[in-house]
Write a protein that binds this ligand. Structure first.
Ligand code: FE2
Length: 428
C-alpha cells in the first residue's frame, strides 16, 4: 500500500452519526475506504476527522489570458468593454514562451489549491494559433498531475471573425478537445443560431463535446440556450453539451424560463455559471436596482440540470483578482444565488467538485475503491465549513503521492485569559 489517510470525513459524512474512514491508495488507485483499516502503508496521514474530498474541478477557465494582469496596462475601469479592448492590445504582443510560462504558473497555483482538473477555453481567432500551440504544450507538461481540457473558442465570433471556423477546425485537428462558440456575439440572433448549428454539427461529426459561451448578456431576449438545446437534442449530443454563463436567464421572463428549464433537462445540456465574473461584469449598465446577472442556479438544480461553477478568469484583462481557489468560487456562487439552505450549501460544494467532473467527463473521479488516487485533505470538517473558511488544503494527493501541502491557518492571540490560538472553527 502506498498511502493511507486515516480518520477522514467524507462529503457525505454526518458528524456524530458516521465514523471517519481510512482511505488506502495503491498503484495510483483507491483500493479501500473503510473504518479502522488494518493494512499499513509506506506513508500515512492522519486526517483527524478532517474532510477529504475528490479534487476541485474548474469547468470554465481561460488559461491563455491568465496572469497577464498589467500587460500592457491594467483595466482601469474594471469593465467588460475595457477588458475586451485590453485583450485586443495584448494579443499582438503574445509570445508562446510567455503564454506557456503564465499558464504553468497558474497550474502551480491550481495544484496548491487542490484543483486538479481544468477546462480552459483558448481563443482561436488569431490565425497564428499561438495560444493553441502554447496550451497544448502546457497540457502535455502538466498531464502527470493535472487534467487540462481545451475548448476551441472563437472569441470574436465564429461567423463575425474572418477565418474563425477554419482556425477552430485547425485547433481541433491539433488536439484541442472541445468545440466552443459565442453565439450572442455574432452579428444577429439569426447568425448566432446558425453558428450553434454549424458548431454542433461539426462536434457531432467529430464525436466531440460542446461548451459554448452562451447568452453572456443582460438581454432577456438573448435566447441562444434554446437553440443549443434543440441542436443537442436533434444531433443526440445530450450529456456532452454545456452552456457557459447563461446570464441572460437572470433577466428572462419567468414564464419563458418555465418552458426553457424542461427543454434543458430533456436535451441533457449542462450549465456552467461563473459567479466571480458574472457578479462583477453583469448588470454594469444598470443604475438601481442593479441586477446580479448570474444564471438561475437553484432553479436549474431543482429541475434536474447539472450545474457547475467555474473560475473563468484570474488576473487577466477582465478580472484583476483570483488565486485558483474553487472554494472562493463556491463561496461567491452561494452568496449570489442565495444558496444558504443546508442542502443548497452542499450543492455549492458539488458545483466545484462532482458536478464539474461530470461535465468534463472525468473517469474514476471520487472517493471509492477503484477511483483514481487523487484527493484533497482540507482544514475543515465538512463542506460548509470548507466554504466558510476557504479552508487550507493541508495535503493535495495525486495518484497516491502528496503533491502539495499548506499549513493550517491559525492566528496567535495575546489576550489575558483567552486562548493562545484561534482557528475560526466552532468548538464542539
Ligand atoms: Fe469565459
Amino acid at each position: 500500500m502506498d498511502l493511507i489517510i486515516r480518520r477522514a470525513a467524507l462529503t457525505t459524512h454526518k458528524p456524530g452519526r458516521d465514523v471517519p474512514v481510512d482511505i488506502a491508495i495503491d498503484a495510483g488507485r483507491i483500493v479501500a475506504v473503510e473504518a479502522n483499516l488494518a493494512a499499513v502503508a509506506a506513508q500515512e496521514i492522519d486526517a483527524a476527522g478532517g474532510l477529504v474530498t475528490p479534487p476541485f474541478v474548474d469547468a470554465h477557465f481561460h488559461l491563455d489570458a491568465t496572469l497577464s494582469y498589467g500587460l500592457p496596462r491594467v483595466n482601469v475601469s474594471g469593465t467588460l468593454l475595457e477588458g475586451i479592448a485590453l485583450w485586443g492590445e495584448l494579443k499582438p504582443e503574445l509570445t508562446q514562451e510567455a503564454l506557456v510560462e503564465r499558464a504553468l504558473q497558474y497550474c502551480d497555483w491550481a495544484v496548491a489549491r487542490g484543483l486538479l482538473a481544468i477546462r480552459s477555453h483558448v481563443d482561436v481567432c488569431d490565425s497564428r494559433l499561438l495560444a493553441v500551440e502554447a496550451l497544448i504544450e502546457v497540457k502535455r507538461r502538466v498531464a502527470p498531475y493535472l487534467d487540462l481540457q481545451l475548448v476551441a473558442f472563437p472569441q470574436d465570433g465564429l461567423l463575425r471573425s474572418a477565418g474563425a471556423f477554419e482556425n477552430l477546425k485547425r485547433a481541433i485537428a491539433m488536439g484541442v478537445d472541445v468545440v466552443g462558440g459565442i453565439p450572442h456575439f455574432e452579428r444577429t440572433m439569426a447568425d448566432g443560431a446558425e453558428s450553434i448549428r454549424l458548431l454542433c454539427e461539426f462536434a457531432a461529426e467529430k464525436g466531440l463535446p460542446v461548451d459554448m459561451h452562451c447568452d453572456e448578456s443582460d438581454d432577456p431576449m438573448s435566447r441562444h440556450i434554446e437553440t443549443l438545446c434543440k441542436e443537442a437534442h436533434r444531433l443526440g449530443l445530450g450529456g456532452r453539451v454545456a452552456g457557459s454563463h447563461l446570464t441572460s436567464m437572470h433577466s428572462m421572463d419567468n414564464y419563458y424560463v418555465s418552458k426553457l428549464l424542461p427543454l434543458m433537462r430533456e436535451s441533457g445540456v449542462a450549465a456552467i455559471a461563473n459567479p466571480l465574473i458574472n457578479i462583477t461584469l453583469q448588470g454594469r449598465a444598470d443604475t438601481y436596482p442593479k441586477r446580479r446577472g448570474m444564471t438561475r442556479v437553484p432553479e436549474m438544480l431543482a429541475a434536474g440540470i447539472n450545474v457547475a461553477f467555474g473560475h473563468d478568469c484570474a488576473m487577466d484583462p477582465w478580472y484583476s483578482l483570483g488565486s485558483a481557489d474553487m472554494l472562493e468560487v463556491a463561496h461567491m456562487g452561494l452568496h449570489v444565488a442565495q444558496m444558504t439552505g443546508v442542502d443548497a450549501m452542499h450543492a455549492a460544494f458539488d458545483a466545484v467538485t462532482v458536478n464539474a467532473a461530470r461535465i468534463l467527463g472525468l473517469d474514476g473521479y471520487g472517493i471509492a475503491p477503484g477511483c483514481r488516487g487523487d484527493c484533497v485533505l482540507l482544514d475543515a470538517r465538512d463542506p460548509v465549513e470548507a466554504i466558510r473558511l476557504r479552508a487550507s488544503r493541508l495535503a493535495v494527493i495525486c495518484g497516491g503521492r502528496i503533491v502539495a501541502r499548506t499549513p493550517p491557518a491559525r492566528a496567535a492571540l495575546a489576550l489575558p485569559g483567552r486562548p493562545l490560538e484561534v482557528d475560526f472553527k466552532l468548538r464542539r
